[in-house]
Design a protein around this ligand. Structure first.
Ligand SMILES: [Zn+2]
Length: 443
């Protein structure tokens, strides 16, 4: 098999530049424009694709590179939509496809048109090289990930389940290699689970009245007391085996003093001083417990009217193993006020997780170690949400994985300003992606 890596790298840069120039800001999404771009590239390379709109303009696209069927397939999925970019804070046009000082700038450069182009370029390279495959590779582009996946992954899971036929694995966004000034080696992340949202509303009710004559049990007063109790109560910490492994791997790349206690997190957390120090890190705290963020508050429309109803919206995020009903029962107990109603908004989603011991996980870890020698690989439970949750529910093992080497500063540009990816990451990333697919699917 011969692949001209230099030419493939340049092709990937050019494809990503042009894909970033398609504005798929969600809302409204307009993923149909992105799907047209992908379909045209596939067609020029002799690969048929199918596009289906879940609603006008909300397109999803699938293409399949057939293997010999001796092993189940792999779904390579990315979302076409991107989040809003506030041009006032960007130094370049977020949809201009600009290259500057070795970086390609644009909304979606990391999250996640880059990964989509890795999938696309890898599929094109394997098709052209005529490589025999043991597994089908399913190239899947979805709509609406940034606003709930209703027109994207969920639509595919409900209405186009046949697109996933014969597959056992899914690979999607994030993960990758983190280099950090304070680390003694690069840290490779493979996302195996996401914390899952449980949107809650607390509603207090009482009689209305005049603001000049308040009493202790007005609806807003009851609500405030209930929220105080909720925020003061502590859910027991839960260190999942995978989180424990993450911190023990992290300990090996931290300077000795910084990693003290991370080798056995569960035990260390029984030490009050360690626990307090550990939980002041917001990210770490979110990795070991169910979180409750009060995000919306509603009371009276008028300053001198005591309303009959006051409510708070709570963004609760669950870890794998959490049970929505148990959480609601726990909240009712800690707020201890039957005049305050606790409701779950919408259908509760149970968190899910893919194990870090599958053949694919091992191949992903090997590929990261080849991409940056010395990389220590750790399984990650993402505190944010991705479409992998949807596809895990369809029976696939879903991982978040990228062949990109980035420092902290680059990661912070995701959903932020001047999002960008180095040309080196694009060129070397596509080679890494192809090698990984050959290792796991090559005949
Ligand atoms: Zn994303």
């Amino acid at each position: 098999m011969r692949i001209d890596w230099a030419a493939l790298g340049e092709e990937a840069v050019d494809l990503l530049r042009r894909y970033l120039m398609v504005d798929t800001t969600n809302p409204p999404g307009n993923e149909a424009a992105g799907a047209r771009f992908l379909a045209a590239v596939l067609e020029r390379n002799g690969i048929a694709s199918e596009t289906v709109e879940a609603a006008p303009g909300r397109a999803n696209l699938v293409a399949r590179l057939a293997g010999d069927g001796s092993l189940p397939g792999i779904v390579l999925h990315h979302h076409i939509d991107v989040v809003y970019a506030d041009r006032r804070y960007w130094t370049v046009d977020p949809f201009g496809g600009e290259v500057r000082d070795g970086y390609l700038y644009g909304r979606g450069a990391i999250d996640m048109k880059s990964t989509g182009i890795m999938h696309l370029a890898a599929v094109l390279a394997l098709k052209r090289a005529g490589v025999p495959l043991k597994r089908d590779l399913v190239f899947l582009a979805t709509a609406d990930e940034e606003a709930g996946s209703v027109y994207g992954a969920r639509f595919v899971a409900d209405a186009r389940r046949d697109w996933l036929a014969g597959a056992e694995y899914a690979i999607s966004e994030l993960g990758g290699i983190e280099v950090h000034a304070g680390y003694t080696a690069p840290l490779g992340h493979i996302v195996i689970s996401e914390k899952t949202g449980l949107p809650l509303t607390l509603t207090a009710r009482s009689e209305p009245g005049h603001g000049s004559m308040p009493w202790p049990d007005t609806a807003p007063h009851r609500l405030i007391r209930a929220l105080n109790r909720l925020l003061a109560a502590e859910r027991p910490l839960s260190v999942l085996p995978e989180v424990r492994e993450y911190f023990s791997r992290l300990a090996t790349v931290l300077p000795v003093h910084a990693g003290v206690g991370y080798g056995d997190l569960e035990r260390s957390l029984t030490d009050p001083a360690f626990r307090t120090r550990f939980l002041t890190n917001r990210l770490y705290a979110a990795m070991v417990r169910t979180t409750f963020a009060v995000t919306m508050l509603k009371g009276s429309e008028k300053g001198n009217v005591i309303p009959p109803e006051a409510s708070a919206g709570i963004d609760c995020r669950m870890l794998a193993g959490d049970d929505p009903q148990e959480i609601v029962t726990w909240i009712r107990r800690v707020i201890d006020d039957d005049q305050v109603e606790v409701t779950i908004e919408g259908e509760p989603k149970a968190p899910n997780l893919s194990p870090p011991d599958t053949e694919l996980y091992k191949a992903l870890a090997d590929a990261l170690r080849r991409r940056a020698p010395g990389t220590v690989v750790a399984p990650e439970i993402l505190v944010a949400f991705t479409d992998n949750w949807v596809f895990r529910r369809c029976g696939l093992h879903g991982y978040g994985w990228s062949p990109f080497v980035m420092d902290e500063g680059e990661w912070h540009r995701v959903h932020g300003n001047d999002e960008r990816l180095s040309l080196e990451n694009i060129r070397e990333g596509v080679r890494c992606y192809v090698d990984m697919l050959l290792a796991v699917a090559g005949a």
